[in-house]
Design a protein around this ligand. Sequence first.
Ligand code: KIV
Length: 276
Amino acid sequence: MSATPDRKGQLGPADIRARKGGEPVVCLTAYTTPMARLVDAHCDIALVGDSLGMVLHGLPSTIGVSMEMMILHGKAVARGCSRACLVVDMPFGSYEEGPEQAFRNAARMMAETGCQAVKLEGGRHMAETVAFLVARGIPVMGHVGLTPQAVNTLGGYKVQGRDPDEADRIAGDAAALADAGAFAVVLEKLPEALGARITQEIAVPTIGIGAGVDCDGQVLVVDDMLGLFADFRPKFVKRYAELGGDADTAIAAYAAEVRARRFPGPEHAFGAGKPA
Ligand code: KIV
């Protein structure tokens, strides 16, 4: 069990829900304690996304992410969060069988990580499960549009809802989740106009990722917006830094200095009799 976090001053799902149509909700992913501290200082939601499977563990998709992985990283992020609302993704296979399975795993997730809410993917077919969890004390964030856990049925990571019937279906999915009690809904990779439409139509905040500026809030994978991956540049990600390039330059300089015996210098060495 994690230590029960001190919740004084920490945003909760009800605070996020109350931001509908108001101040934009700022969300980033975090997977480790040091990154959680940085995110917590500036964001309203710290999301332990199952994107950690790809970002941290080198998996080809989120399909192989387990409850144990999410709990390990959820606990690490909880240690760095004192202000942001902490939301942890339910991994593939941990909630789709039905409300009871979802409750069992979501309750474990909350008890072991100290998170305030869970996020799960899927539209109207998940509404019954969302209502079941919410009625039993588990706040839920929904996720529609591009749902990466369904990559094999969606046939890739393409923009969703470009044709009118599909747009109507996704709008209906978001409405079903909101009606079932979700406190916010992530809209991933939708045409801007559909992001705006759903934001107008549902009563809870929409948190967009590649769904346009009209959503009630925005989320990005923190490693993407920090530019940690040279070869991953999706259109919807603005890179606010180029840390991958900086890290490469720094590691190359270190390697060169070690090979040339220029590191460590005298200032990094302990001389006899000198204090540490
Ligand atoms: O897993 C994740 O990081 C996510 C966000 C990108 C919304 O679900």
